[in-house]
Structure formats: structure tokens, C-alpha cells
Write a protein that binds this ligand. Structure first.
Ligand code: HEC
Length: 193
């Protein structure tokens, strides 16, 4: 408001420039100092709702558990339409192939899937929880996610079909391509090991 009045009162161009410079000098430090008059402090619940990352060593995994049989039902109801009964992905949906391709990575035609490529089982949990089902991300319960991960890994013969996955057992799963990655040696990059 103060600035507008000042600008209207100046009559020559050079004075206008001087006022503009004065404005930029005054406005910038004010902007740095803050606070800004918008936004609000997030509540603990709001932070918890997006604080869902799961690390390879299992940090961040929620309580709950699930196994193959329950996961089969979750998959049929909420995943199969896009990822297919054969886990190869359904054309036209964008749903990726989830299983298969094991041993193909160093061939001329690498087929990257959860089974062949992903180094950590924890990432499957993390990804499904944050991004799937593609049309309703965030809608699955933690038990449903543990179950569908157990189903996928069981169908891939990575874990036993009788296994139950939870925060303790899931990080112990060894993925086929676990050793197929090298750590990034740059010091400013977070390494998992
Ligand atoms: C409406 C279609 C749809 C449904 C339903 C769906 N997905 Fe997906 N899914 C996708 C698409 C599209 C992608 C690729 C997303 C991308 O690349 O950004 C994807 C990617 C994935 C990936 C990553 C694959 C990779 O190698 O990159 C996983 C794992 C996955 N989905 C699991 C699931 C599970 C588990 C369910 C059921 C709970 C599910 N999806 C339901 C469409 C779907």
C-alpha cells in the first residue's frame, strides 16, 4: 500500500527508477526475514500421513503382517486389471510387468521387473504403499500391502508361499538382483551400507 502511493506521486522517469531501486532494496530483506503470510504448521497427523518411506534395512515399515493367500485376493481385486493374471502387464493400461525376466539383465534384451531387477523387498512395500493401485494410491491397508508383497514374492519363488511378511521378516528377504548394484561413491550421496 505504501509503495503504491509513492509510485503515483513521482513525476519523472529517473525518480521512478530511484524509487524502484529503493523498493527492491527494501523488499528483498523483508522477504528473506519472513514469515510469509500463507500456509500453516502441519499437524503431527498430517506429517505422519506422508512420512511413509521404507528403507532397505526395514526402517519405516509399519506394524501389521500378511501372507500369500490374502495377497492373492488383494491382487485379483486391485492389481490384476492392469498387471495381469500372468504378472506381465496388461497392454493399454500402462501396468508394468511385475514378474519374470530373471537372469535377463545381462542379456541383449534385459527385462526389468520386481523379480529380476529390484534389489530390496522393502522397496516393493514402499512403492505399492505410496503409488498403487495406480487409480487409488494410499487406499490399501498395511496388512493388504504386506499380503500382496508376499503374494508377488511367493509367485516369483523368492520367498516360500507359506511365509508371513512383517516389519521383521520383510527386510530379511534376499532379492535375486540384490548384488547387482554398486554404491555411489560420491561423499554427498547417502549410501545404504
Ligand atoms: C489402474 C492400473 C493399475 C492398477 C490397478 C495397479 N497398477 Fe501397479 N502400475 C500401474 C502403472 C501404470 C505402473 C507404472 C507407473 C510408472 O511407471 O510411473 C505401475 C507400476 C507398478 C509397480 C512398479 C513396477 C516397476 O518395475 O516399475 C509395481 C510394483 C506395481 N505397479 C504394483 C501394483 C500392485 C501391487 C497393485 C495392486 C495393489 C497395482 N500395482 C495396481 C498401473 C496399475
Amino acid at each position: 500500500m505504501y509503495i503504491n502511493i509513492k509510485l503515483k506521486s513521482v513525476s519523472t522517469n529517473w525518480l521512478c527508477g530511484a524509487v524502484a531501486m529503493a523498493i527492491s532494496v527494501t523488499v528483498v530483506p523483508m522477504a528473506i526475514a519472513g514469515p510469509y503470510d500463507f500456509g500453516s504448521t502441519p499437524t503431527a497427523e498430517e506429517i505422519a500421513a506422508i512420512d511413509i518411506d521404507v528403507m532397505p534395512d526395514g526402517r519405516g515399515l509399519p506394524s501389521g503382517s500378511g501372507g500369500h493367500a490374502a495377497g492373492k485376493e488383494v491382487y485379483a481385486a486391485k492389481c490384476m486389471a492392469c498387471h495381469g493374471a500372468d504378472f506381465a502387464g496388461v497392454a493399454g493400461t500402462g501396468g508394468a510387468a511385475l514378474l519374470g525376466g530373471r537372469g535377463s539383465l545381462d542379456s541383449g534384451k534385459p527385462k526389468k521387473t520386481v523379480e529380476s531387477y529390484w534389489p530390496y523387498a522393502s522397496t516393493v512395500f514402499d512403492y505399492v504403499k505410496r503409488a498403487m493401485p495406480f487409480n487409488a494410491p494410499g487406499s490399501l491397508s498395511d496388512d493388504e500391502i504386506y499380503s500382496v508383497v508376499a503374494y508377488l514374492l511367493g509367485e516369483a519363488n523368492i520367498i516360500d508361499k507359506t511365509a508371513t511378511l512383517d516389519a521383521k521378516s520383510l527386510p530379511e528377504v534376499e532379492m535375486p538382483n540384490q548384488d547387482g548394484f554398486i554404491s555411489d561413491p560420491r561423499p554427498d550421496v547417502f549410501n545404504y551400507d
